[in-house]
Design a binder for this molecule. Sequence first.
Ligand code: IFM
Length: 703
Amino acid sequence: VTTDTWLLTEDRHVPDVAGWKEAIFTIANGYLSTRGTFEERRAGELRCTFINGLFVEPPGEIELLGAVPDWTGLSLTVDGEPFDLDRRPPAGYRRTLDLRSGLLTRTVLWRGAETGTVKLTFSRLLSMARPNLAALHLTVEALTDTVTLDVETGLDATVGSPATPVWTPAGVEQPSPTLLTAGYRSVDGRHTLEVAMRMDGLGDAKAITEPDHPRLRATVTVPAGERLELTKYVAYRPDRGPIHPMDLPPEGSFSSVVGSSRTAWSERWRGSGVTIDGDAEAELALHFAAFQLIGAAPPTDTGAGIGARLMSGFGYRHHVFWDTDIFITPYFTLTQPDLSRTHLAYRFRGLDGARRKAARFGRKGAFWAWESAATGDDVTPEWSKPVFGPPVRIWTGQLQEHITADVAWAADHYWRWTGDDRFMADEGLAITLEGARYWVSRVEEGSGGLHIRDVIGPDEYHIHVDDNFYTNAMAAWQLRRAVELAHWAASADGAPRLEELGFTAGEVAGFAALADRIHLHSRRDGVWEQHDGFFGLAEIDLAAWEPRVRAIYDLLGEERLQHTAVIKQADVVMAMALIPEHARTAVTGAANWDYYAPKTDHGSSLSLALHARVAARLGRTEEAYELFGRAVAIDLADSMGNGRDGIHAATQGGLLLAAIEGFAGLGLGEDGPTTDPRLPEPWRSIGFTVQHRGTTHEMEVTR
Ligand code: IFM
C-alpha cells in the first residue's frame, strides 16, 4: 500500500532481484550518478558511479561512460563476522529513496551468529546543490550487547566496469589522517580525474594506500546501548575542471548537506511535481520518473547527453538515442526547458559528426548518429556479441535514418513552446535545414513518387524495408518545416541569412514540392501501410502466444518475423502522435489503432507508454490506463526482465507525457496551453506545471 508518493520503498532484501533494485534505487544529480548497490560488497553486483559526459574508449571497446572509482563501498565486520545480508538475512530491513531530496536510506536490523543485535542506518546522497559532492552517513547502534566493528572504506577503482578497467591510478596521498586524495588517468588518455575523500568519526584509522584502492581501516568498539556515527565525503574533479571545488564540507555537516540538496531539488520540483487525486501509485510512478530524468539531465552544457538507460546501469553504454529527442526532451520542454536546451545544444554540437555520417554514405546534409556519445559521431556497434552463437549484424546505425527528423522535431517542439528565437536562429534552423538537405539527397524517384528505400523504422523487427511510414512521414514533415522556418528566419531579428548557412532560397523553396511527393500509402479505410508490402505479410494471433515473458522476436526469430505482421513498437501510431494530421480524422486514427495495436508486441520499452498516450487521445481511456500501468511496471516491477541493465529512460519520459498530454490532453493553442481531459477511472484530477514562453501555468485538470 503506497502512502507517501515521494518515497520509493523496499521492505525486503531479495537477492534474486537485487540487480534490478540496484538500478531503480539509483541516485543522481545531473552530474554524478550512483547505482543503488549496497555499501557492503555482494556477489554479482554492478557497482558504479558515473560522471555525466565522461566518455572513454578502452582499447578494443566502443566508447562508453567510464564508471569512476567507487565511493560507496564500506566493508564491516561485527565481532568478526562480515556484515552480509545474503549470508545472514536481516531481522529487519527497509530502504527508501526520498525523491524530494535524493537521499537514499537503508535501515537494517542484524545479528551475527555470535553477536549482539545492531541497527545500521546507511544514508547516501549526491548533492543537488554541489554537483561533484557525494556524502555517506552510517549509524551503528548496539541494541543488545557491546560490539566490536572492523570498518574499511575508501576509493575503489577495481570495480565499476564490466568490460575493461577504465582508470589507471596516478598516485595517492594522505594529507591528513582522515583525508585521502587519489589521481587517475583514463586508459584512453583522454581524461584525468582527481578524487578527494574524508572519513569523519573513525578515530585512529590506518591508511592502506594501494593505488587502485586506497582506503582507511579502523576497529571501533560500540558499548551496548550506544551508537557510532561515521560520515564520508567524496568530491570528484575530472580534467582539472575549475567549476567544482575539491574542499569537503566541515565535520558534522551531513544534515546541512542533505538540507541544501533538498532545497536545490525543490527548485526542480517546483516545475515537475505531479499530483493525481485518486491514484497514489501513479503519482509515485510519475515522481520517480521525473526524479530519474532530472537526475540524468545535465543542467548546463558540459558535453553530456541523456543515455537510453540514464546513468543507472551499463545498458547501451550510455549512448544517446532518439529516446531523448522524442520521449524526454519534449517532457522537459513543458516543465524544465533549460534541460531541453542542454540536450539540443548537445545535438547541435553533433552537427559536424552528422555531416560526416551523411558524407560517408555519399549523401548531402546531416544524418544524425543513431547512437552518440561524446561527439556527434555514430557509435552504434556493428555487431552484437551474444553469449551463445555467432555475432549478429546490427543495422540500426546505418538504416534507422528517422533519427535525423526526430532531432529536428525535438528542436521544433522546444521552439514552439518556449519561443526561444535565439535557439532557433543559432542552432535549430541549421539542424532542420541540414536534415532536410539530407532527405533531398536520400529520396529515390520511382513509380508513385519519391521513395526512401532500405531503412529500419521504429519497428525494428522488420529490417531493410522500403518506404517505412514513420520515416517517410517524418522526412516530409522536416522538408516542409524547413521551408516554414526559412520564411520565419527571413524576417526574424538576428536570424542568419540562408546564404550564411550555406543554402540558397531556390534550394529551400524546392523542399516543399519534394515533401508532397514522398510516398505514403494507405488503404481505402485510411490505414497507413507501415512499409511496402506490410499488408501482405502473414498474420498471426499475438494473443494466442500468451502467457509469455519473452519478446516475440526471440520466439519467432528474425527471419520469420520479416514475413509476419507483428511489430516491435509503435510506428504508424508513433507518427500519428507526433504529426497529428496523419490521423486525419478521429475515424482514421481509430482505424489505424485497431489495425496496428493488436499487432504490436511492445518488444521495446518505448512502446507501452506511447500507446497509453495515443489510446487516451482516442478516448479509449480504460485501455490507455491499462497500458499506462504496464508501462509503469517496466521499471517498477521489472516486467521486461532486463531492469538490471538500467532504468528505461524513454519509458519514464513516455509515462510523464502519457499523463500530461494523453490523459490531461495538454496541447498548444493559439493563446497558450489547452487541455482536453480523458482521465482514467480512478483519477479525480491531475495537477502539474507547464512552462509556455516564459510563463508558468499551474494546471489542475479535473474530469
Ligand atoms: O531507441 C530504442 C529503440 O527504439 C528500440 N531499441 C532500444 C533503443 C534504445 O532504447
